[in-house]
Ligand binder design. Structure first.
Ligand code: ADP
Ligand code: GN1
Ligand code: MG
Length: 371
């Protein structure tokens, strides 16, 4: 999928929502792979226009948008109540009918958020403070949702981090080879098969009751946490489409994959991709110093490093699957984009494996540190 500009019928979309002011402009925004995100400027008669974030929700991927929005409404309401009036949380702008989202005349689903001011996201960690802040923010986020009222959240994408299912999807894509790309990627295919057993490790722990399901974010990429422009501290966790039942290890692993790595996920030179051991240590400190630190059991703590290895492997499998299927899931900017992403992820798996003894020493030390 490639990036889409704001559609010609965008003014009609704006009319569906209870926005302040008069429309000035809408421009594509951010670097997410799934939804179409726009920043919208509205003239409110002040020196500065009012900004909103508009998102067209990807309903090829999220099959039940009302269920997804029900999750987001519940989660944002709960977080806002906890943060109090001073907090800067993700806040939905309701439709004129008071709903959380609306469907345009072309069948597209839209939602609007208040623009979180004086904050930014980064696609790559460039200093330890960013990693520590992200870890604290995602840890606190999960802890704050431990008492979310209203029962189990909807599973917006079934089996999202079920690595065995991801592996079987890859195997099917390989067998079908619909665009004839398999022959070109034999080393990546071989590597995927060589690590197949990893897919079951956390699932087996879950089945035995050694780790347990909680409400988790499930997409804890570094660019899903907003950092304050001035203080650089985390102000809000965003991109709540995949908040649903999951394992905290998935959250830590996704964070480690994107926040303790040495290059961007799509660096065409996969050799640049390694685990940065110091950033791993900072993530562990940040995560365990957050409210979630007191909740994790010894099995979870012992698997923090493996979680990053597994999430890098799982994302590698998913990118490779998409490459084999002709790039139907992730947004791409060039034909080998998903292949580049696959290669960096498998390079990261290799690097994590090579540094596992050192990671374990860090984890051992963290077990003796006060929270
Ligand atoms: P995707 O699911 O495609 O990743 P996100 O919800 O993460 O979409 O949004 C994409 C980007 O837009 C984010 O990385 C962030 O930079 C920006 N963004 C999203 N929501 C807001 C918001 N409420 N305020 C300011 N920026 C936002
Ligand atoms: C997608 O939406 P975004 O860009 O934050 C994907 C994640 C992947 C990630 C890889 C719903 O995240 O699962 O880890 O790309 N989100 C979904 O960069 O599939
Ligand atoms: Mg995102």
């Amino acid at each position: 999928m490639s990036e889409t500009p704001a559609p010609p019928h965008f003014p009609a979309v704006l009319d569906l929502f209870a926005l302040e002011g008069r429309f000035i402009s809408a421009a594509h925004y951010g670097s997410g792979h799934i939804n179409d995100t726009f920043v919208v400027l509205q003239d409110v008669g002040a020196a500065q226009p009012r900004r909103y974030i508009a998102q067209r929700i990807n309903d090829r991927i999220f099959k039940d948008v009302p269920a997804l929005m029900d999750n987001i409404r519940r989660v944002t309401t709960h977080l806002t109540a906890k943060a109090g009036p001073a907090g800067r949380q993700l806040t939905l702008v309701p439709t004129r009918d008071g709903e959380a989202c609306a469907r345009d005349a072309h069948g597209g689903w839209w939602r609007f958020y208040d623009f979180i001011k004086d904050a930014h996201t980064v696609d790559r960690v460039t200093n330890e403070a960013q990693a520590r802040e992200a870890a604290r923010a995602f840890g606190d986020f999960q802890a704050q949702l431990a008492d979310l009222p209203g029962g189990r959240l909807h599973e917006t994408i079934p089996n999202f981090h079920h690595t065995r299912s991801r592996f079987e999807n890859f195997r099917r894509a390989l067998q079908a080879d619909v665009v004839g790309r398999a022959a070109d990627v034999q080393p990546e295919i071989d590597y995927a098969f060589s690590r197949e057993a990893d897919a079951d490790v956390l699932l087996n722990l879950l089945a035995k009751g050694d780790v347990s399901e909680r409400v988790t974010h499930n997409d804890t990429k570094i660019n899903n946490v907003m950092l304050d422009d001035a203080t650089r501290s985390a102000v809000a966790v965003i991109d709540l489409d995949t908040v649903m039942p999951g394992l905290p290890l998935y959250d830590f692993g996704e964070m480690m994959r994107t926040s303790a790595s040495t290059t961007l996920e799509d660096d065409p030179a996969a050799a640049n991709m390694r685990l940065d051991l110091r950033l791993f240590e900072v993530l562990v400190e940040g995560y365990l110093s957050s409210a979630v630190g007191t909740v994790l059991n010894t099995t979870e703590r012992a698997h923090l490093g493996f979680a990053g290895q597994l999430m890098a492997y799982e994302n590698g499998l998913r990118f490779l699957t998409d490459y084999l299927q002709g790039d139907t899931y992730y947004k791409i900017k060039h034909p080998r984009h998903n292949l580049d992403r696959t290669r960096t992820q498998f390079a990261l798996v290799r690097s994590i494996i090579a540094q596992t003894p050192a990671m374990n020493r860090i984890l051992e030390k963290s077990n003796h540190a006060p929270n």
